[in-house]
Design a protein around this ligand. Structure first.
Ligand code: C2E
Ligand code: MG
Ligand code: MG
Ligand code: MG
Length: 291
């Protein structure tokens, strides 16, 4: 499947889209109308503290149910939105929805639940992310401390000085910064000291085989140690099996996210999960019923 890893998704996108430019245009036109037609929605995937089993928050993941094309995955439509400039409107829409949602959690559930929102490189290069985040926090009432922004390694390489200034101003708003898909980007790690990063999200392509593949296990171990030394929180994505969670807990990884604890789900279903506390049980080595 295309979403299996960032690397595969990229390859899939190229093959798929380059071979059919017409469909790409059709999808792009559909996407242009998606917001006003209310075809976009946000799903939430729980993030778990591995030591306690508690839900710490959720990642917001965009969904598009097109009346013409059916369900289109973000690995397809996010690149289209980036190419057409629609990412600015769509990115603001998802950010606002996620902040409103997290503000509701703050009022109804134990304090401290965070929401993580993915930011596209385009939103940095041709946008004003600081103004964007300020607007979303002001409109929702969410404290900056409860918002986490997921960015990718590649964003820290290009136009590094400009990006550094933006990230520092974002940090001044209280928000936390996470590196998504960590380990799949550039090999220079010096940026980890240079940029005000809070969290490393270990890419799911390393997590998938940690129980069977010594190389992947060593990579995950090393990233966790790196995080500990640099005082960064570590979270593993794509945690599907109990063995994954056990390995990660033993390695000292702080948090986990994956089908073992819950798939991305509508907000109402996530609220049920919070109320039941299922994920707590799952982290204690009994599988969650929700996935
Ligand atoms: P990501 O940010 O790395 O998100 C993680 C992806 O892994 C999600 O795919 C999630 O559904 C999937 N996943 C989570 N747990 C597991 C698991 O245990 N096993 C497997 N096999 N997969 C798992 P999804 O929702 O299809 O999103 C794909 C990518 O699209 C995201 O990767 C992100 O880069 C992008 N994306 C999604 N929503 C947004 C958004 O609102 N804005 C931007 N800019 N990008 C977004
Ligand atoms: Mg990814
Ligand atoms: Mg992400
Ligand atoms: Mg990721």
């Amino acid at each position: 499947k295309a979403k299996e890893s960032g690397r595969n998704a990229y390859r899939f996108f190229n093959e798929h889209m380059n071979t059919d430019g017409r469909r790409r245009l059709q999808l792009q036109n559909g996407l242009r109308l998606a917001i006003e037609r209310e075809e976009l929605s946000v799903h939430y995937q729980p993030q778990i503290d591995l030591a306690s089993g508690a839900i710490t928050g959720a990642e917001a993941l965009l969904r598009w149910t097109s009346r013409e094309f059916g369900e289109i995955g973000p690995n397809i439509f996010i690149p289209l939105a980036e190419q057409s400039g629609l990412i600015h409107a769509i990115g603001e829409w998802v950010l606002l929805a996620a902040c409103h949602q997290a503000e509701l959690w703050r009022q109804h559930y134990p304090p401290g639940l965070t929401v993580a929102v993915n930011l596209s490189a385009q939103q940095f290069r041709r946008g004003d992310p600081v103004a964007l985040i300020k607007r979303a926090l002001a409109a929702s009432g969410l404290p900056g401390e409860l918002l986490e922004l997921e960015i990718t390694e590649s964003m820290l390489i290009s136009e590094a000085d400009e990006v550094l200034g933006m990230l520092q101003r974002l940090k001044a708003l209280g928000v936390r910064l996470a590196i998504d898909d960590f380990g799949t980007g550039y090999s220079s790690l010096s940026y980890l000291q240079r940029f005000p990063i809070d969290k490393l999200k270990i890419d799911q392509s390393f997590v998938r085989h940690i129980a069977r593949n010594n190389d992947d296990a060593a990579i995950v171990d090393t990233i966790v140690q790196l995080g500990r030394i640099l005082k960064l929180t570590t979270i593993a994505e794509g945690v599907e099996e109990l063995q994954h969670a056990s390995f990660l807990r033993a390695a000292g990884c702080n948090e986990a996210q994956g089908y073992l604890f819950g798939k991305p789900m509508p907000a109402a279903q996530f609220a049920e999960l919070l109320a039941r506390g299922d994920a707590t049980t799952a982290a204690d080595d009994s599988p969650s019923q929700s996935s």
